[in-house]
Design a protein around this ligand. Structure first.
Ligand SMILES: Nc1ncnc2c1ncn2[C@@H]1O[C@H](COP(=O)(O)OP(=O)(O)OP(=O)(O)O)[C@@H](O)[C@H]1O
Ligand SMILES: [Mg+2]
Length: 508
Protein backbone atom coordinates (compact mmCIF):
# COMPACT_ATOMS: atom_id res chain seq x y z
CA UNK A 1 0.00 0.00 0.00
CA UNK A 2 1.19 3.51 -0.82
CA UNK A 3 2.28 5.18 2.44
CA UNK A 4 0.52 8.37 3.45
CA UNK A 5 3.59 9.66 5.23
CA UNK A 6 7.26 8.94 4.70
CA UNK A 7 9.90 10.51 6.91
CA UNK A 8 13.44 9.73 5.92
CA UNK A 9 16.70 10.40 7.74
CA UNK A 10 15.23 13.03 10.05
CA UNK A 11 17.86 14.60 12.31
CA UNK A 12 17.46 17.30 14.93
CA UNK A 13 20.15 18.70 17.17
CA UNK A 14 19.47 20.70 20.33
CA UNK A 15 22.31 22.30 22.27
CA UNK A 16 24.11 19.33 23.76
CA UNK A 17 21.56 16.71 22.62
CA UNK A 18 21.09 14.94 19.34
CA UNK A 19 17.36 14.40 19.83
CA UNK A 20 16.85 12.75 16.43
CA UNK A 21 19.62 10.97 14.64
CA UNK A 22 18.40 9.88 11.21
CA UNK A 23 14.89 8.58 11.90
CA UNK A 24 12.74 6.85 9.27
CA UNK A 25 8.99 6.48 9.68
CA UNK A 26 6.32 5.35 7.27
CA UNK A 27 2.62 5.56 8.02
CA UNK A 28 -0.15 4.04 5.92
CA UNK A 29 -3.62 5.48 5.43
CA UNK A 30 -6.12 4.13 7.96
CA UNK A 31 -3.57 2.63 10.31
CA UNK A 32 -2.70 3.32 13.93
CA UNK A 33 1.05 3.59 13.99
CA UNK A 34 2.46 3.49 17.51
CA UNK A 35 5.61 5.30 18.44
CA UNK A 36 7.36 3.86 21.46
CA UNK A 37 10.49 4.70 23.37
CA UNK A 38 11.83 5.64 26.77
CA UNK A 39 11.60 9.13 28.22
CA UNK A 40 13.82 11.35 26.12
CA UNK A 41 14.02 8.91 23.18
CA UNK A 42 12.85 11.60 20.75
CA UNK A 43 9.15 10.77 20.22
CA UNK A 44 7.79 14.25 20.91
CA UNK A 45 10.58 15.86 18.93
CA UNK A 46 9.74 13.72 15.91
CA UNK A 47 6.08 14.60 16.02
CA UNK A 48 6.90 18.28 16.53
CA UNK A 49 8.78 18.07 13.25
CA UNK A 50 5.60 16.66 11.73
CA UNK A 51 3.55 19.41 13.30
CA UNK A 52 5.81 22.07 11.84
CA UNK A 53 6.83 23.18 15.32
CA UNK A 54 10.48 22.13 14.82
CA UNK A 55 12.50 22.35 11.63
CA UNK A 56 14.67 19.27 11.07
CA UNK A 57 18.39 19.74 10.43
CA UNK A 58 18.39 16.88 7.94
CA UNK A 59 15.97 14.54 6.24
CA UNK A 60 12.93 14.65 4.03
CA UNK A 61 9.20 14.31 4.44
CA UNK A 62 6.85 12.99 1.79
CA UNK A 63 3.14 13.39 2.50
CA UNK A 64 0.44 11.97 0.22
CA UNK A 65 3.04 11.38 -2.46
CA UNK A 66 4.44 14.93 -2.40
CA UNK A 67 7.64 16.14 -0.79
CA UNK A 68 6.60 18.74 1.79
CA UNK A 69 8.29 21.38 3.85
CA UNK A 70 6.38 21.93 7.05
CA UNK A 71 7.58 25.45 7.70
CA UNK A 72 5.22 26.07 10.60
CA UNK A 73 2.12 24.82 12.40
CA UNK A 74 -0.19 26.39 9.83
CA UNK A 75 1.63 24.70 6.96
CA UNK A 76 1.28 21.34 8.70
CA UNK A 77 -2.44 21.83 9.28
CA UNK A 78 -2.96 22.93 5.69
CA UNK A 79 -1.15 19.81 4.52
CA UNK A 80 -3.63 17.75 6.54
CA UNK A 81 -1.65 16.92 9.68
CA UNK A 82 -3.20 17.68 13.07
CA UNK A 83 -1.39 17.23 16.36
CA UNK A 84 -2.50 16.71 19.92
CA UNK A 85 0.46 17.62 22.07
CA UNK A 86 1.66 15.87 25.17
CA UNK A 87 1.68 19.10 27.15
CA UNK A 88 -1.63 20.47 26.00
CA UNK A 89 -1.26 23.85 24.37
CA UNK A 90 -4.66 25.26 25.20
CA UNK A 91 -5.19 28.83 26.32
CA UNK A 92 -6.71 28.72 29.80
CA UNK A 93 -8.31 32.15 29.60
CA UNK A 94 -10.24 31.43 26.40
CA UNK A 95 -13.47 29.50 26.04
CA UNK A 96 -13.77 25.93 24.82
CA UNK A 97 -15.06 27.05 21.43
CA UNK A 98 -12.37 29.70 21.04
CA UNK A 99 -9.70 27.13 21.77
CA UNK A 100 -11.09 24.66 19.27
CA UNK A 101 -11.08 27.18 16.46
CA UNK A 102 -7.96 29.08 17.47
CA UNK A 103 -5.85 29.92 14.44
CA UNK A 104 -8.44 28.24 12.26
CA UNK A 105 -9.06 29.45 8.76
CA UNK A 106 -12.75 29.32 9.49
CA UNK A 107 -12.22 31.18 12.70
CA UNK A 108 -12.05 34.81 11.77
CA UNK A 109 -15.49 35.22 13.26
CA UNK A 110 -16.46 38.32 15.10
CA UNK A 111 -19.12 38.41 17.73
CA UNK A 112 -21.92 37.74 15.28
CA UNK A 113 -20.49 34.39 14.26
CA UNK A 114 -19.73 33.31 17.79
CA UNK A 115 -22.97 31.39 17.94
CA UNK A 116 -21.91 29.53 14.84
CA UNK A 117 -18.56 28.60 16.32
CA UNK A 118 -20.27 27.42 19.47
CA UNK A 119 -22.65 25.28 17.50
CA UNK A 120 -19.75 23.74 15.58
CA UNK A 121 -17.89 23.18 18.85
CA UNK A 122 -20.92 21.51 20.39
CA UNK A 123 -21.18 19.19 17.42
CA UNK A 124 -17.51 18.19 17.62
CA UNK A 125 -17.71 17.64 21.37
CA UNK A 126 -20.81 15.55 20.85
CA UNK A 127 -19.02 13.41 18.30
CA UNK A 128 -16.39 12.81 20.95
CA UNK A 129 -19.03 11.67 23.40
CA UNK A 130 -18.66 14.83 25.47
CA UNK A 131 -21.66 16.89 24.56
CA UNK A 132 -21.85 17.95 28.21
CA UNK A 133 -18.85 20.27 27.95
CA UNK A 134 -20.21 23.81 27.51
CA UNK A 135 -18.56 25.57 24.54
CA UNK A 136 -18.51 28.83 26.49
CA UNK A 137 -16.77 27.45 29.57
CA UNK A 138 -13.30 28.82 30.17
CA UNK A 139 -10.83 26.06 29.39
CA UNK A 140 -8.82 26.78 32.53
CA UNK A 141 -11.80 25.61 34.56
CA UNK A 142 -12.04 22.17 32.96
CA UNK A 143 -10.47 19.09 34.54
CA UNK A 144 -7.52 17.44 32.79
CA UNK A 145 -9.69 14.98 30.88
CA UNK A 146 -11.92 17.79 29.65
CA UNK A 147 -8.93 19.67 28.29
CA UNK A 148 -7.85 16.54 26.49
CA UNK A 149 -11.23 16.33 24.81
CA UNK A 150 -11.04 19.98 23.72
CA UNK A 151 -7.63 19.35 22.23
CA UNK A 152 -9.02 16.37 20.37
CA UNK A 153 -11.97 18.40 19.09
CA UNK A 154 -9.52 20.93 17.74
CA UNK A 155 -7.66 18.22 15.84
CA UNK A 156 -10.92 16.88 14.41
CA UNK A 157 -12.00 20.36 13.32
CA UNK A 158 -9.30 20.38 10.67
CA UNK A 159 -10.47 17.33 8.72
CA UNK A 160 -6.92 16.05 8.89
CA UNK A 161 -5.65 12.99 7.01
CA UNK A 162 -3.12 12.28 9.73
CA UNK A 163 -3.71 12.87 13.42
CA UNK A 164 -0.76 12.68 15.74
CA UNK A 165 -1.48 11.98 19.40
CA UNK A 166 1.28 12.39 21.93
CA UNK A 167 0.27 10.40 25.02
CA UNK A 168 -3.43 11.17 24.65
CA UNK A 169 -4.43 8.58 27.22
CA UNK A 170 -2.11 9.83 29.95
CA UNK A 171 -4.74 12.17 31.35
CA UNK A 172 -7.61 9.74 30.93
CA UNK A 173 -9.15 7.09 33.13
CA UNK A 174 -10.12 3.62 32.09
CA UNK A 175 -13.55 4.39 30.67
CA UNK A 176 -12.30 7.49 28.90
CA UNK A 177 -9.60 5.53 27.17
CA UNK A 178 -12.32 3.26 25.78
CA UNK A 179 -14.03 6.32 24.37
CA UNK A 180 -10.75 7.55 22.87
CA UNK A 181 -10.27 4.19 21.15
CA UNK A 182 -13.78 4.29 19.76
CA UNK A 183 -12.99 7.68 18.21
CA UNK A 184 -9.69 6.42 16.83
CA UNK A 185 -11.44 3.44 15.21
CA UNK A 186 -13.98 5.76 13.64
CA UNK A 187 -11.19 7.90 12.22
CA UNK A 188 -9.13 5.04 10.86
CA UNK A 189 -12.27 3.45 9.45
CA UNK A 190 -12.65 6.61 7.39
CA UNK A 191 -9.06 6.29 6.15
CA UNK A 192 -7.46 8.75 8.54
CA UNK A 193 -4.05 7.64 9.82
CA UNK A 194 -3.14 8.01 13.48
CA UNK A 195 0.32 8.21 15.01
CA UNK A 196 -0.11 7.16 18.62
CA UNK A 197 2.38 7.64 21.44
CA UNK A 198 1.89 5.96 24.81
CA UNK A 199 3.87 4.42 27.62
CA UNK A 200 1.07 1.96 28.35
CA UNK A 201 2.06 -1.06 26.34
CA UNK A 202 -1.24 -2.87 26.76
CA UNK A 203 -2.87 -0.03 24.81
CA UNK A 204 -0.54 -0.59 21.89
CA UNK A 205 -1.75 -4.15 21.67
CA UNK A 206 -5.37 -3.05 21.74
CA UNK A 207 -5.36 -0.16 19.30
CA UNK A 208 -2.11 -0.38 17.34
CA UNK A 209 -1.51 -1.83 13.89
CA UNK A 210 2.23 -1.28 13.64
CA UNK A 211 4.97 -0.14 15.98
CA UNK A 212 8.12 1.92 15.54
CA UNK A 213 10.53 1.98 18.47
CA UNK A 214 12.86 4.91 19.11
CA UNK A 215 15.94 4.74 21.25
CA UNK A 216 18.34 7.65 21.77
CA UNK A 217 17.04 9.42 18.68
CA UNK A 218 17.20 6.42 16.36
CA UNK A 219 14.51 4.08 15.11
CA UNK A 220 15.70 0.70 16.35
CA UNK A 221 12.68 -1.04 14.84
CA UNK A 222 10.26 0.21 12.21
CA UNK A 223 6.77 -0.96 11.36
CA UNK A 224 6.58 -4.14 13.46
CA UNK A 225 3.14 -5.73 13.79
CA UNK A 226 1.64 -4.45 17.05
CA UNK A 227 -0.34 -7.53 17.96
CA UNK A 228 2.27 -10.20 17.51
CA UNK A 229 5.36 -8.47 18.87
CA UNK A 230 5.73 -9.43 22.52
CA UNK A 231 5.95 -6.94 25.36
CA UNK A 232 9.34 -8.37 26.33
CA UNK A 233 10.67 -7.79 22.82
CA UNK A 234 9.36 -4.23 22.75
CA UNK A 235 10.74 -3.38 26.17
CA UNK A 236 14.10 -4.88 25.29
CA UNK A 237 14.23 -2.76 22.12
CA UNK A 238 13.26 0.38 24.03
CA UNK A 239 15.74 -0.04 26.82
CA UNK A 240 18.45 -2.20 25.31
CA UNK A 241 18.10 -4.46 28.34
CA UNK A 242 15.63 -6.68 30.13
CA UNK A 243 13.67 -4.56 32.54
CA UNK A 244 11.98 -5.78 35.67
CA UNK A 245 8.90 -3.74 35.96
CA UNK A 246 7.75 -5.27 39.16
CA UNK A 247 6.50 -3.42 42.18
CA UNK A 248 8.79 -3.21 45.18
CA UNK A 249 8.05 -5.73 47.87
CA UNK A 250 5.94 -4.61 50.78
CA UNK A 251 7.62 -4.79 54.15
CA UNK A 252 6.61 -7.96 56.03
CA UNK A 253 4.83 -6.50 59.03
CA UNK A 254 4.77 -3.57 61.39
CA UNK A 255 6.57 -0.94 59.34
CA UNK A 256 4.01 -0.53 56.65
CA UNK A 257 2.09 -3.71 56.98
CA UNK A 258 -1.50 -3.78 55.86
CA UNK A 259 -2.87 -1.98 58.84
CA UNK A 260 0.39 -0.37 59.89
CA UNK A 261 -0.22 -1.80 63.35
CA UNK A 262 1.34 0.22 66.10
CA UNK A 263 2.31 3.03 63.79
CA UNK A 264 1.16 6.54 64.54
CA UNK A 265 -1.42 8.19 62.32
CA UNK A 266 0.16 10.85 60.19
CA UNK A 267 -3.03 11.94 58.51
CA UNK A 268 -6.61 11.83 59.66
CA UNK A 269 -9.40 13.17 57.50
CA UNK A 270 -12.83 13.46 59.10
CA UNK A 271 -16.07 14.03 57.23
CA UNK A 272 -14.48 16.18 54.57
CA UNK A 273 -17.12 17.61 52.23
CA UNK A 274 -16.97 19.87 49.22
CA UNK A 275 -20.41 20.06 47.60
CA UNK A 276 -20.32 19.09 43.96
CA UNK A 277 -16.98 17.33 44.35
CA UNK A 278 -17.04 14.92 47.29
CA UNK A 279 -19.11 14.10 50.33
CA UNK A 280 -18.26 12.98 53.86
CA UNK A 281 -14.81 11.57 53.16
CA UNK A 282 -12.93 10.08 56.10
CA UNK A 283 -9.61 8.32 55.90
CA UNK A 284 -6.33 7.80 57.69
CA UNK A 285 -2.74 7.33 56.63
CA UNK A 286 -0.27 5.91 59.10
CA UNK A 287 3.45 6.55 59.20
CA UNK A 288 5.10 4.39 56.58
CA UNK A 289 1.83 3.48 54.93
CA UNK A 290 0.94 3.95 51.27
CA UNK A 291 -2.76 4.57 50.73
CA UNK A 292 -4.10 4.59 47.18
CA UNK A 293 -7.31 6.15 45.90
CA UNK A 294 -8.85 4.44 42.90
CA UNK A 295 -11.66 6.00 40.94
CA UNK A 296 -12.69 7.47 37.63
CA UNK A 297 -11.61 10.88 36.45
CA UNK A 298 -14.32 13.13 37.82
CA UNK A 299 -15.09 10.83 40.77
CA UNK A 300 -13.66 13.42 43.14
CA UNK A 301 -10.34 11.71 43.81
CA UNK A 302 -8.11 14.61 42.75
CA UNK A 303 -10.33 17.10 44.55
CA UNK A 304 -9.99 15.08 47.76
CA UNK A 305 -6.20 15.25 47.49
CA UNK A 306 -6.36 18.97 46.80
CA UNK A 307 -8.57 19.62 49.80
CA UNK A 308 -6.28 17.63 52.07
CA UNK A 309 -3.38 19.73 50.81
CA UNK A 310 -5.29 22.96 51.30
CA UNK A 311 -5.53 23.83 47.62
CA UNK A 312 -9.31 23.69 47.98
CA UNK A 313 -11.34 24.80 50.92
CA UNK A 314 -13.80 22.16 52.08
CA UNK A 315 -17.24 23.20 53.29
CA UNK A 316 -17.14 20.77 56.20
CA UNK A 317 -14.83 18.36 57.91
CA UNK A 318 -11.31 18.37 59.31
CA UNK A 319 -7.79 17.46 58.27
CA UNK A 320 -5.38 16.52 61.05
CA UNK A 321 -1.66 15.92 60.75
CA UNK A 322 -0.02 14.15 63.66
CA UNK A 323 -3.24 14.56 65.58
CA UNK A 324 -3.46 18.35 65.21
CA UNK A 325 -5.92 20.10 62.90
CA UNK A 326 -4.47 21.92 59.88
CA UNK A 327 -5.91 25.26 58.80
CA UNK A 328 -8.27 24.46 55.91
CA UNK A 329 -7.73 25.89 52.46
CA UNK A 330 -4.17 26.99 53.19
CA UNK A 331 -1.35 25.20 51.35
CA UNK A 332 1.33 27.09 53.25
CA UNK A 333 -0.04 25.76 56.50
CA UNK A 334 -0.09 22.28 54.97
CA UNK A 335 3.55 22.55 53.89
CA UNK A 336 4.58 23.85 57.30
CA UNK A 337 2.99 20.79 58.86
CA UNK A 338 5.00 18.51 56.62
CA UNK A 339 2.80 17.88 53.61
CA UNK A 340 4.22 17.68 50.11
CA UNK A 341 2.24 17.36 46.92
CA UNK A 342 2.98 16.43 43.31
CA UNK A 343 -0.14 17.55 41.43
CA UNK A 344 -1.76 16.16 38.34
CA UNK A 345 -0.93 18.88 35.87
CA UNK A 346 2.75 19.45 36.14
CA UNK A 347 3.03 22.18 33.54
CA UNK A 348 0.55 24.60 35.04
CA UNK A 349 0.63 23.61 38.70
CA UNK A 350 4.00 22.21 39.57
CA UNK A 351 6.86 23.46 37.44
CA UNK A 352 8.55 26.75 36.70
CA UNK A 353 9.04 25.83 33.08
CA UNK A 354 11.77 28.35 32.28
CA UNK A 355 13.72 27.66 35.45
CA UNK A 356 16.50 25.11 35.56
CA UNK A 357 16.19 21.60 36.93
CA UNK A 358 18.12 22.69 40.03
CA UNK A 359 15.86 25.70 40.50
CA UNK A 360 12.75 23.56 40.30
CA UNK A 361 14.02 20.76 42.46
CA UNK A 362 15.02 23.09 45.27
CA UNK A 363 11.87 25.20 45.42
CA UNK A 364 10.52 23.14 48.28
CA UNK A 365 13.78 23.12 50.15
CA UNK A 366 14.44 26.78 49.52
CA UNK A 367 14.15 27.97 53.08
CA UNK A 368 16.59 25.33 54.15
CA UNK A 369 19.29 26.50 51.79
CA UNK A 370 18.62 30.19 52.16
CA UNK A 371 20.14 30.38 55.60
CA UNK A 372 23.50 28.91 54.70
CA UNK A 373 24.91 31.72 52.58
CA UNK A 374 27.33 30.81 49.81
CA UNK A 375 28.03 27.36 51.15
CA UNK A 376 24.42 26.47 50.53
CA UNK A 377 24.67 26.58 46.75
CA UNK A 378 27.23 23.84 46.76
CA UNK A 379 25.18 21.76 49.12
CA UNK A 380 22.11 22.40 47.09
CA UNK A 381 23.80 21.35 43.87
CA UNK A 382 25.14 18.21 45.51
CA UNK A 383 21.64 17.35 46.71
CA UNK A 384 20.15 18.04 43.30
CA UNK A 385 22.78 15.85 41.69
CA UNK A 386 21.87 13.06 44.06
CA UNK A 387 18.20 13.29 43.05
CA UNK A 388 19.03 13.43 39.36
CA UNK A 389 20.97 10.25 39.78
CA UNK A 390 18.42 8.52 42.00
CA UNK A 391 15.59 9.17 39.54
CA UNK A 392 17.73 8.89 36.43
CA UNK A 393 16.70 12.30 35.12
CA UNK A 394 18.02 12.71 31.61
CA UNK A 395 20.10 14.52 30.55
CA UNK A 396 21.70 14.64 34.03
CA UNK A 397 22.31 18.38 33.95
CA UNK A 398 20.99 20.54 36.83
CA UNK A 399 21.49 23.71 34.79
CA UNK A 400 19.12 22.75 31.99
CA UNK A 401 15.80 24.62 31.73
CA UNK A 402 12.92 22.29 32.56
CA UNK A 403 11.08 23.33 29.40
CA UNK A 404 13.70 21.47 27.35
CA UNK A 405 13.22 18.14 29.16
CA UNK A 406 11.03 15.37 27.80
CA UNK A 407 7.63 14.93 29.46
CA UNK A 408 8.58 11.96 31.59
CA UNK A 409 11.72 13.65 32.81
CA UNK A 410 9.69 16.71 33.81
CA UNK A 411 7.52 14.46 35.94
CA UNK A 412 10.61 13.14 37.68
CA UNK A 413 11.67 16.71 38.47
CA UNK A 414 8.34 17.30 40.23
CA UNK A 415 8.96 14.27 42.42
CA UNK A 416 12.62 15.06 42.98
CA UNK A 417 11.58 18.32 44.60
CA UNK A 418 9.87 16.51 47.46
CA UNK A 419 12.46 13.80 47.73
CA UNK A 420 15.20 16.37 48.18
CA UNK A 421 14.31 17.20 51.72
CA UNK A 422 12.37 14.31 53.17
CA UNK A 423 13.57 15.20 56.68
CA UNK A 424 10.63 17.51 57.32
CA UNK A 425 8.19 15.51 55.22
CA UNK A 426 5.35 13.70 57.04
CA UNK A 427 2.87 13.09 54.25
CA UNK A 428 3.50 12.95 50.52
CA UNK A 429 0.48 13.41 48.26
CA UNK A 430 0.88 12.12 44.71
CA UNK A 431 -1.64 12.66 41.94
CA UNK A 432 -0.82 10.40 38.98
CA UNK A 433 2.88 10.13 39.86
CA UNK A 434 3.86 8.02 36.86
CA UNK A 435 1.94 9.85 34.18
CA UNK A 436 4.17 9.95 31.11
CA UNK A 437 6.93 7.99 32.81
CA UNK A 438 8.39 5.08 30.85
CA UNK A 439 8.39 1.48 32.04
CA UNK A 440 11.99 1.47 33.17
CA UNK A 441 11.76 4.69 35.14
CA UNK A 442 8.43 3.66 36.65
CA UNK A 443 10.10 0.86 38.52
CA UNK A 444 12.62 3.39 39.84
CA UNK A 445 9.86 5.73 40.98
CA UNK A 446 8.00 2.91 42.70
CA UNK A 447 11.15 1.98 44.54
CA UNK A 448 11.71 5.58 45.65
CA UNK A 449 8.12 5.94 46.88
CA UNK A 450 8.39 2.68 48.80
CA UNK A 451 11.70 3.81 50.26
CA UNK A 452 10.17 7.06 51.50
CA UNK A 453 7.42 5.06 53.16
CA UNK A 454 10.13 2.91 54.67
CA UNK A 455 11.47 6.04 56.35
CA UNK A 456 8.13 6.58 58.05
CA UNK A 457 6.55 9.03 55.63
CA UNK A 458 2.87 8.51 54.88
CA UNK A 459 1.90 8.45 51.20
CA UNK A 460 -1.53 9.23 49.76
CA UNK A 461 -1.76 8.65 46.03
CA UNK A 462 -4.18 8.67 43.13
CA UNK A 463 -3.60 6.72 39.98
CA UNK A 464 -5.84 5.94 37.02
CA UNK A 465 -3.98 2.71 36.56
CA UNK A 466 -5.56 0.20 38.87
CA UNK A 467 -2.61 -2.24 38.75
CA UNK A 468 -0.42 0.60 39.97
CA UNK A 469 -2.67 1.32 42.94
CA UNK A 470 -2.87 -2.38 43.79
CA UNK A 471 0.83 -2.99 43.32
CA UNK A 472 2.09 0.01 45.21
CA UNK A 473 -0.41 0.75 47.95
CA UNK A 474 -0.86 -1.05 51.25
CA UNK A 475 -4.46 0.04 51.51
CA UNK A 476 -6.90 1.00 48.78
CA UNK A 477 -9.88 3.34 48.93
CA UNK A 478 -12.33 3.21 46.07
CA UNK A 479 -13.99 6.53 45.27
CA UNK A 480 -17.18 6.73 43.28
CA UNK A 481 -19.32 9.82 42.70
CA UNK A 482 -17.51 11.71 45.43
CA UNK A 483 -17.85 9.04 48.11
CA UNK A 484 -15.53 6.42 49.48
CA UNK A 485 -17.34 3.18 48.69
CA UNK A 486 -14.68 0.71 49.81
CA UNK A 487 -11.63 0.63 52.04
CA UNK A 488 -9.43 -2.41 52.31
CA UNK A 489 -6.08 -4.12 52.22
CA UNK A 490 -4.60 -3.96 48.71
CA UNK A 491 -3.55 -7.58 48.90
CA UNK A 492 -7.09 -8.89 49.09
CA UNK A 493 -8.12 -7.16 45.85
CA UNK A 494 -7.67 -7.86 42.18
CA UNK A 495 -8.00 -5.55 39.23
CA UNK A 496 -11.40 -6.62 38.04
CA UNK A 497 -12.89 -6.36 41.52
CA UNK A 498 -11.67 -2.79 41.81
CA UNK A 499 -12.83 -1.89 38.30
CA UNK A 500 -16.26 -3.23 39.17
CA UNK A 501 -16.45 -1.11 42.29
CA UNK A 502 -15.20 1.95 40.41
CA UNK A 503 -17.78 1.67 37.67
CA UNK A 504 -20.74 0.15 39.46
CA UNK A 505 -23.82 2.20 38.94
CA UNK A 506 -22.07 4.49 36.51
CA UNK A 507 -23.54 4.68 33.04
CA UNK A 508 -20.53 2.97 31.46
N1 LIG B 1 13.48 22.51 23.04
C1 LIG B 1 14.46 21.69 23.42
N2 LIG B 1 15.69 22.16 23.73
C2 LIG B 1 16.69 21.32 24.12
N3 LIG B 1 16.56 19.99 24.24
C3 LIG B 1 15.35 19.45 23.96
C4 LIG B 1 14.25 20.27 23.54
N4 LIG B 1 13.19 19.46 23.33
C5 LIG B 1 13.60 18.20 23.61
N5 LIG B 1 14.91 18.19 23.97
C6 LIG B 1 15.69 17.00 24.31
O1 LIG B 1 15.58 16.08 23.24
C7 LIG B 1 15.49 14.74 23.72
C8 LIG B 1 14.24 14.06 23.21
O2 LIG B 1 13.11 14.63 23.87
P1 LIG B 1 11.62 14.24 23.52
O3 LIG B 1 10.74 15.22 24.21
O4 LIG B 1 11.45 14.10 22.06
O5 LIG B 1 11.48 12.80 24.22
P2 LIG B 1 10.22 11.82 24.31
O6 LIG B 1 10.61 10.56 23.63
O7 LIG B 1 9.01 12.51 23.87
O8 LIG B 1 10.16 11.51 25.88
P3 LIG B 1 8.90 11.38 26.92
O9 LIG B 1 8.46 9.96 26.86
O10 LIG B 1 9.52 11.65 28.26
O11 LIG B 1 7.87 12.37 26.55
C9 LIG B 1 15.58 14.84 25.23
O12 LIG B 1 16.92 14.64 25.60
C10 LIG B 1 15.16 16.27 25.52
O13 LIG B 1 15.74 16.73 26.72
MG1 LIG C 1 7.27 13.16 24.83
Amino acid sequence: MEPLLLMRGIAKQFPGVRALDGVDLDVRPGEVHCLLGQNGAGKSTLIKVLAGAHQPDEGEIVFAGEPVRLAGPTAAMRAGIATIYQELDLVDGLSVAENIFLGHERARFGFTRRAEAERAARELLGRLGHGEIPPRREVGRLPAAGKQVVSMARALSHDARLIVMDEPSAALAHDEVGNLFRIIRELTGAGVAVVYISHRLEEIREIGDRVTVLKDGRAVAGGLPARTTSTEEIVAMMTGRDVEYAFPERPKSGASGASGEGRAEVLRVEGLTLPGAFEDVSLTVRAGEIVGLAGLVGSGRSEILEAVYGARRPARGRVLVDGRPVRPGDTRAAVRRGMGMAPEERKSQALLMNETVAGNVSVAGLSRYASFGWLSRRRELADVHRQIEALDIRPPDPGRPVVTLSGGNQQKVVLARWLLDPAGLRLLILDEPTRGVDVGARAELYAVIRELAGRGIGVLLVSSEVPEVLGLADRVLVVRDGRVVHTGDARGLDESAVLNMIMEGSAL
